[in-house]
Design a protein around this ligand. Structure first.
Ligand SMILES: *Cc1c(COP(=O)(O)O)cnc(C)c1O
Length: 360
């Protein structure tokens, strides 16, 4: 029996996609072998990866000023690649600190020798909000932010519009959940395992001229140009994850109807869950400030932390899994990624009301 999966990542994938993978697994595209046994140089595989890139750019409405790089090493390797390419030799760059993942990215930039500075932080209030004022450096090479904070359940409703340098964003936990206007951006990246594919693939989308402005002479696998110049086939890419990502892109386009439609569905899901939290008379309490609430990761607490465990255990019996908060903060979290539909959220809110009746 399949459960309602609220995992923070790796996370739920669309059932029709999983079924398609299963159906064509043993003999993929009449090659007589599975996708994971094919050469990455096989023409069918090369075409599959090309098609995935095209579909992805189509979903995001990106023209040829932009390149897609299928990387590995997780979002965490991007924490190093960004400063190595774009703030080499102590060059200035600004970080907006909104919690665990941006703090890690900032620390990694320092390790890489970048002249990284914190331009705004919400640490003073336990990362419960997205800052609205920024103290940018005079000439930073880039400005870095985390668009959706998976751990704290906050999300940028919109991005800073007047900025002194291209934005770089870690969009891991909201990638393809809403349309994204990349006007002020140079680079965005996302670990695929949150909203797009199995772990092992990290998608970077980079403006070509920005990529060309990067430091030359880096080791090949750390240089964005290597991915762009070789269509992400300089070495063996994570073929299976790219294949699943391509199916998810097609599902987003054909079945859902694109990112605007996905956004509307996601907002409805989040609204339903936040309404249940807010109308519980304090039995459940959201942890993020209302104006900064995430559509993807809904973080909340119970009136009494000793109920956290029974809540999760009893939810699991009802087929609702993955509701624990990130290990660094505890509490509860429901990740409402694209693959989860409104029925999952309604099952959760139904359970929450029932749990409150019994324990409130
Ligand atoms: C999960 C997550 C990461 C870490 O990703 P890895 O692929 O495991 O390195 C980084 N940033 C955000 C926003 C995340 O949600």
């Amino acid at each position: 029996m399949r459960v309602y999966n609220f995992n923070g990542g790796p996370a739920a994938l669309p059932l029709p996609v999983l079924q398609e993978v299963q159906e064509e697994f043993l003999d993929w595209q009449n090659t007589g072998m599975s996708i994971v046994e094919n050469s990455h140089r096989a023409k069918e595989v090369v075409k599959m990866a090309d098609d995935a890139q095209v579909l992805l750019k189509d979903l995001l409405g990106l023209n040829d000023d932009w390149a897609v790089a299928f990387c590995q090493g997780g979002a965490s390797l991007q924490f190093a690649m960004a400063p190595l390419n774009f703030a080499p030799d102590g060059a200035s760059c600004d970080y907006i600190d909104t919690g665990l993942w941006s703090t890690k990215a900032y620390q990694e930039a320092l390790i890489c020798g970048a002249g990284a500075k914190i331009a705004a932080s919400s640490k003073n209030d336990d990362f419960t909000y997205i800052p609205g004022t920024f103290d940018f450096s005079s000439k930073p090479n880039y400005i870095y932010l985390t668009s959706n904070n998976t751990v704290r359940g906050t999300q940028w409703p919109n991005f800073p519009s007047s900025v002194p340098a291209p934005l770089i964003a870690d969009v891991s936990s909201e990638f393809l959940s809403r349309p994204l206007d990349l006007t002020n951006f140079g680079l965005i990246f996302a670990g695929a395992q949150k909203n797009v594919a199995p772990a092992g693939l990290t998608i970077a989308i980079i403006r070509r001229d920005f990529a060309l402005s990067g430091k030359k002479g880096l080791p090949h696998m750390l240089d964005y140009r290597t991915y762009i110049d070789n269509d992400s086939m300089y070495n063996t890419p994570p073929v299976f994850a790219i294949y699943v990502a391509g199916l998810v892109f097609r599902w987003l386009k054909k079945t859902i109807g694109g990112l605007k439609a996905m956004d509307a569905l996601n907002r409805e899901k989040a609204k339903t869950l936040y309404a249940a939290i807010d109308s519980s008379g304090g039995f459940y309490k959201g942890t993020a400030k209302e104006t900064s609430r995430s559509i993807m990761n809904v973080t909340f607490r119970l009136i009494d932390a000793s109920l956290d465990k029974p809540f999760q255990e009893e939810a699991k019996k009802e087929g609702l899994v993955g509701l624990g908060g990130h290990r660094s903060v505890g509490g509860l979290r429901a990740s409402l990624y694209n693959a989860l539909d409104l029925n999952a959220v309604k099952a959760l809110t139904g359970f929450m009301a029932e749990f409150q009746r019994r324990r409130g």
